[in-house]
Design a protein around this ligand. Sequence first.
Ligand SMILES: Nc1ccn([C@H]2C[C@H](O)[C@@H](COP(=O)(O)O)O2)c(=O)n1
Ligand SMILES: [Zn+2]
Length: 164
Amino acid sequence: MTGKRTDYLSWDEYFMAVALLSGHRSKDPNTQVGACVANSQNKIVGVGYNGFPWRCSDDELPWAREGAYLDTKYPYVCHAELNAVLNSISFDLRDCRLYVALFPCNECTKVIIQAGIREIIYLSDKYKDTDSVRAAKIMLDKSNTIYRQFFPSRQVVTLNFQVD
Ligand SMILES: Nc1ccn([C@H]2C[C@H](O)[C@@H](COP(=O)(O)O)O2)c(=O)n1
Ligand SMILES: [Zn+2]
């Protein structure tokens, strides 16, 4: 008998990969963000990506980053983390972990804390110099919510739709 595979995904790699895959659903032309909530039994309880609210057509609201505020995506788009919490199968996400491509903003951080999520694992902190992320970290520290950057031990996970 042969031994077990050794290059299988770790839990962190698996949930982050699900977060990234979810981001591929986003129609944001600039930044696609995905999020995945896992519970303490390593079961996925919610996934989400950034997009406009239900019944708000992707073709009618703007995806622009610049211009008058109401002509940009910012007042309308639901962030991946918000959607992952709202899409979750459980109202109570106590002790869950949230995997996300980008560090959460202050508004999503409020939702994350209120939902009971205890740990955030993120890939990029590219907006760390914004007041939004600074405020997020202040709230996370005060609420003893853990956050840590994920440094993958592999750069690529390949999905092949062609299965033999
Ligand atoms: N933690 C985050 C940060 C941002 N988003 C979304 C919101 C926008 O759709 C996009 C950021 O747009 P950019 O200013 O980079 O063009 O990403 C999110 O879902 N979660
Ligand atoms: Zn947010």
